[in-house]
Design a protein around this ligand. Sequence first.
Ligand code: HBI
Ligand code: FE
Length: 285
Amino acid sequence: PAPVVYGEGSRPPRGDYARDGLVLADYTCPQNYAAYTAQDHDTYRQLFDRQSALVPGLACDEFIAALPLLGVKDRIPRFEEINARLTPATGWEVVAVPGLIPEVPFFTLLANRKFPVTDWIRTPEEMDYIVEPDVFHDLFGHVPLLFNPVFAAHMQAYGAGGLKAHGLGACEQLSRLYWYTIEFGLVRQADGLRAYGAGILSSSGELQHSVRSPEPQRLALDVTRCMRTRYKIDSYQQTYFVIDSFQQLFDLTAPDFTPLYAQVQTLGELAADARNAGDTLVSLA
Ligand code: HBI
Ligand code: FE
């Protein structure tokens, strides 16, 4: 299959896409549960135990409330075990994919409330950092918030918007919105800043950094500013975008983005750490 372009830079997908004809046209494949080794299950259990101990006070309330709904945590879950709870809750279904997939199949799955979950897990050597999403990043980072009706509706709308963006040649701009919200977004709660982005929630180091460090700048989410802002895929973010609620995220991203894409073209791109007049800074306190 074609190499997958993932946002700002393409990298060779790691999964086994030619799995003797088991990878379908929509890039989904069966979760080959028997292929997991005892080490794979142990890696999942260690990651889950370490990360769930870190989330109190750093992850948003909705994530904390939904995390137990993943069910098993001492082994890699069977995706149908998760779907038994997820589908009745918000109509979403977890489907297995061999890794990063091209943007149109990705958006198409989201638009149909199917969340693509990579079916392999990292090696023990990659415990602290992995470039490409694996089953732990996808299940621990992304799936709990799919139990939240407003966030689940946003994710479906994002998929539909992605198919429109593809038609407009605006996927790179939309991938920045995905990056700075669904992957690395922060939310302001009454008791302070919390993480809701999957890339943060599944990272042992960035969870603390994103919510507590004075180093990065934090901006109130403005969709145009966000889509102008380049990002790096292999270091902590230098800029985080903050929402006040998932309802606000849904409302901000509901309108047709066509005029915003034009504005982004006119105003031009900004570096990941750019300071820009007109930004609304969000303080740590
Ligand atoms: N594929 N499996 C998978 N998971 C992702 O999160 C993903 C993808 N392909 C493309 C992609 N994300 C991003 O480029 C989106 O912004 C489209
Ligand atoms: Fe992700």
